[in-house]
Design a binder for this molecule. Sequence first.
Ligand code: NAP
Length: 291
Amino acid sequence: MTNLKISGTFSLGGRKVTRLGYGAMQLAGPGVFGPPKDRAGALAVLREAVAAGVDHIDTSDFYGPHITNQLIREALHPYAKDLVIVTKVGATRGADASWNPAQSPAQLTQAVHDNLRNLGLDVLDVVNLRVMGDVHAPSEGSIEEQFTALAQLQQQGLIRHLGLSNVTSTQVAEAQRIAEVVCVQNHYNLVHRHDDALLDELGEKGIAYVPFFPLGGFTPLQSETLSKVAQGLDATPMQVALAWLLARAPNMLLIPGTSSTAHLKENLAAAELVLADDVLAELEAIGQKKG
Ligand SMILES: NC(=O)c1ccc[n+]([C@@H]2O[C@H](COP(=O)([O-])OP(=O)(O)OC[C@H]3O[C@@H](n4cnc5c(N)ncnc54)[C@H](OP(=O)(O)O)[C@@H]3O)[C@@H](O)[C@H]2O)c1
């Protein structure tokens, strides 16, 4: 079994977690909507992740909606003491599977209660405010009202720690004036490098950076260089993409998503894959061409 600790740990909400975690979004049905095709398989992925040493799972009550959290509860409740479950609020799903902003204080409060109920918890470990100014990429605009609402729920004891998702550096600074920010979850991977500066800035502040779409998301990464490097290392392209992220910065925490136990094991094995400097330089060039 892979020794996940080999790639180190980083602080996430006052607890040290292994840098390779698991993102649960892929467990819902197609388009992250409705129940999974293989419910037993989805439960098995979650149990396998924790059995393999994963102590950081990323989720949201808008995956499904509700379904992913209900699967996590069924598979893993009562939760291991060292498991950190990070959820996010700020959107709802339409009957047509659309993703719609839900950022008013009342909607955020409702979302926190939905997460508590569906995960079977009295307090949520970490809640990310998923900013929806531009659904697909960060865009400037005040998040004071939303983050203040979550800070109030934290003060009421419903949330231990707060994070942000889909945000700019200015928004991180604005949020930090309201409450502590323990993590930022933005789109980042080997070919999508818009956040290089923010990642380094957060590292200096000791804040975890947790990229979504670490493997490219709905369209997994494809690159000739990546495939060639992987072949030379007797690894898979996805393992190399994850190992590159781990090497990129110590505050990088990974949550690759999968609905397959075979892919889960493959992804976790990336914790043991060390990339030499010349390989890192070769991979770096991919991002400079496309990022
Ligand atoms: N904050 C946000 O706005 C936001 C947005 C998106 C996602 N997220 C979070 O980030 C997590 C990660 O993102 P993601 O799951 O969307 O994308 P991802 O981790 O980049 O990629 C997942 C995709 O890669 C495939 N895959 C996984 N491992 C593979 C392997 N070893 N070989 C080949 N294909 C593989 C998966 O298919 P299989 O199921 O077939 O393995 C799935 O199609 C999510 O689970 C979610 O928790 C957050």
